[in-house]
Design a protein around this ligand. Structure first.
Ligand code: UDP
Length: 239
């Protein structure tokens, strides 16, 4: 007589950097397969899962290497990077027997379905994992913002930000080992204190729509499942 999951439908944001492991670039097969396993365990709970992947492990429009480039051009490269990550994760999930659709915000029908909200929701209802690639399809945005946007569109109950720290800290815990962890925050606190959880556009969008955000450590096995079961791990941003 165990309790069921705390959510019916969620949007999970995974940064591109989470796929590169200890490397400084690209996709590490072992890490990819770890992430796929974590998602499999979570998916088995019966929760509908939408995923937005970043592209920072391959290309970032605001990065140093892109500084001499036209920003819009660089951002398109970043969006394409998220498509590569999405295809890689689709493959890793399919190898585990999970049904997955990749939908892109920039059309490339030979590669993946175009993102159409109603179709995304239909896939979710059928129990398919839906990976939403190419960010918002617009330059000057981030995949964090894409995640907040898609979460709203598909009616996700929560935005889960899987990252490499176990929550939101007063300052960067990698640089400052004495930084305090903040377990519960409001959107305004995040904005005012300029806490670098997600970019400001993403936080404002989530805040405007009262979409709760949970930030947690993806590297600890079982964590996606824990969050879905409603265990109080990581940090929460809500009203
Ligand atoms: N990007 C964009 N519009 C979007 C989403 C992403 O132009 O809606 C570009 C932008 O250049 C960004 C890159 O794609 O730097 C990769 O995304 P992001 O930096 O958010 O990836 P992450 O940090 O999560 O790995």
């Amino acid at each position: 007589n165990q309790a069921g999951p705390a959510f019916g439908r969620v949007l999970l944001k995974i940064s591109g950097e989470a796929l590169m492991g200890e490397e400084s670039f690209g996709i590490k097969p072992e890490v990819l397969s770890y992430v796929a396993h974590e998602l499999q365990v979570a998916h088995e709970l019966g929760v509908q899962i939408g995923v937005v992947l970043g592209g920072g492990n391959i290309f970032r429009g605001v990065s140093k290497s892109a500084q001499s480039m036209d920003r819009v051009q660089a951002d398109y490269m970043g969006m394409l990077a998220t498509v590569m990550n999405s295809l890689a994760l689709q493959d890793a999930l399919e190898q585990k027997g999970i049904s997955v659709r990749v939908m892109t915000a920039v059309q490339m029908p030979q590669v993946a379905e175009p993102y159409i909200r109603r179709r995304a929701v239909r896939h979710l209802e059928k129990g398919r994992v839906v990976i939403m690639a190419a960010g918002t399809g617009n330059p000057y945005f981030s995949t964090d913002t894409a995640a907040a946007l898609r979460a709203e569109e598909i009616g996700a109950e929560v935005l889960l930000k899987a990252t490499k720290v176990d929550g939101i800290y007063e300052s960067d815990p990698v640089k400052d080992p004495n930084a305090n962890k903040l377990e519960a925050l409001t959107y305004d606190e995040v904005l005012l204190r300029k806490l670098r959880v997600m970019d400001l556009t993403a936080i404002s969008l989530a805040g405007e729509n009262q979409l709760p955000i949970v930030v947690f450590d993806l590297r600890k096995p079982g964590n996606i499942k824990r969050v879905l079961m409603g265990e109080p791990i990581g940090s929460r941003v809500e009203v």
